[in-house]
Structure formats: structure tokens, C-alpha cells
Ligand binder design. Structure first.
Ligand SMILES: N[C@@H](CCC(=O)N[C@@H](CSO)C(=O)NCC(=O)O)C(=O)O
Length: 218
């Protein structure tokens, strides 16, 4: 079977989300670079893959997908086994909890984390300066999310429950970059969250994708 194609550099957090799922299930894949400097992501070829002109896009034969969490669910569904069932399919209760906490990650955790990353690492590259007011507001939003996570993780080993899932994996890309910034100390007040992240970052698939992110990050 031909390897699937992931369009976009591993350095992008939403691309890394897809890659870690492919690594977890041992699927063969090819990373196809999209040249942002040449604005290739806004060109007709890529717009045909992703109408929003963003990465990742994904191709599996004649199937083309975009939106990293949807691609991740496709990969995990397609390669589900009794041993690797990171969406907890087959169990309505557990899979519903995966849906709940994946929405929390997408709609609360990720925006707060990405806002800090953007101000601190992207704005300067674009000739701007970090907006400390936005950073402060985002860190406060993050603290409110981490308060909930700390309580949740005092009852369960993983966020969705007592099983690893896409929810955990989906948190790693933004957190990886965040830990390299001055604001990482925010996590010091959350021991259960830190233990959960330590286990997450110890997964071989996560380590492999971090190596790919580092290679591409410039
Ligand atoms: N909800 C989507 C977000 C994709 C996205 O913002 N991609 C960024 C790079 S990764 O951070 C991107 O392509 N930015 C360029 C642009 O928005 O023009 C997903 O999860 O796939």
C-alpha cells in the first residue's frame, strides 16, 4: 500500500498532531513540504487540498482531508486494533469522554497556548513585538484550564479516563514549544499535570515527532 501523504512541515503543531498519530499506529507516511516563504500554501495546488490554505492536508489514495484533529481520528480509526484504540471506539461511554476532552483541548487549551506561542515566537519573526497584555490574558486563560486538568488528573491517569487516547496526544505539540518559553513556570503549580505530561513526552511516538519538529524548526 502506498504511504499516505502529509502536507506541511513537522515544525507546525497541527502537522505534528497528525504525525504522532501515524507514528502511534505504525503507519507508513511521507511528509510533503509546502513552501510558506513562496506562499505555496495559498497556491491552487494546495488550496485544492485545503480550501483554507493551511497545513496540514492529508492524502490517502483518492481521499484528501484537512483539519488536523479530523485527520488524526481518520488515522486512528483506520488503524485501530484491540491493542491500539486511541479513540476508545466500541465503547460509547469512553469514546464520548474522548470527544469531551478533545473539544476542551481544541477550544480552550490550544487557543490559550497558541496565543502565547504566537506572541512570543511568531510576532517577532513577522517584524512585530510580543503583546504582553495578550500574553498575560492568555496565561490566565491557561491557568483556568490547568486548574480543571489538575482536578481531573487527580482522579484519572489520563485526561479522558484511565486509558491513553488522542486527547493526550493532541496536547503534545503546543506544550512542547510552550515548555521552551519563559512561561513554562506556569505548569509548576500543577504536579498532576506535570506527571501526566512527563508520561506523554516519554512515548516513543512523541519522541520521534519531536525529533522531526526540531529538524524543521528554523
Ligand atoms: N484547525 C486547523 C488549523 C491549521 C493551521 O492553523 N495551520 C497553520 C500552521 S500550523 O499552526 C497554517 O497553515 N497557518 C497558515 C495560515 O493560516 O495562513 C488544523 O487543526 O489543521
Amino acid at each position: 500500500m502506498a504511504p499516505v501523504k502529509v502536507f506541511g512541515s513537522a515544525a507546525f503543531t497541527n502537522v505534528a498532531r497528525v504525525l504522532v498519530c501515524l507514528e502511534e499506529v505504525g503507519a507508513e507516511y511521507e511528509i510533503v513540504d509546502v513552501d510558506f516563504h513562496a506562499r505555496e500554501h495559498k497556491g491552487p495546488d494546495h488550496l485544492a487540498r485545503n480550501p483554507f490554505g493551511q497545513v496540514p492536508a492529508f492524502q490517502d489514495g483518492d481521499l484528501t482531508l484537512f483539519q488536523s484533529r479530523a485527520i488524526s481520528r481518520y488515522v486512528l480509526r483506520k488503524h485501530r486494533t484491540d491493542e491500539v484504540n486511541l479513540l476508545r471506539e466500541g465503547d460509547p461511554r469512553e469514546s464520548a469522554l474522548v470527544d469531551v476532552w478533545l473539544d476542551v483541548e481544541a477550544l480552550s487549551f490550544d487557543p490559550a497556548m497558541h496565543s502565547v506561542f504566537y506572541q512570543h515566537r511568531v510576532a517577532p519573526v513577522l517584524g512585530g513585538t510580543p503583546d504582553e497584555k495578550i500574553i498575560g490574558e492568555s496565561v490566565e486563560k491557561l491557568r483556568k484550564v490547568l486548574d480543571v486538568y489538575e482536578a481531573r488528573l487527580s482522579k484519572h491517569r489520563y485526561l479522558a479516563g484511565d486509558f491513553p487516547s488522542l486527547v493526550d496526544l493532541s496536547h503534545f505539540p503546543e506544550t512542547h514549544y510552550f515548555m521552551g518559553m519563559p512561561y513554562a513556570a506556569v505548569f509548576d503549580a500543577y504536579p498532576r499535570v506535570r506527571a501526566w505530561l512527563e508520561e506523554l513526552f516519554d512515548r516513543p511516538a512523541v519522541k520521534k515527532v519531536i525529533s522531526l519538529m526540531a529538524k524543521d524548526f528554523n
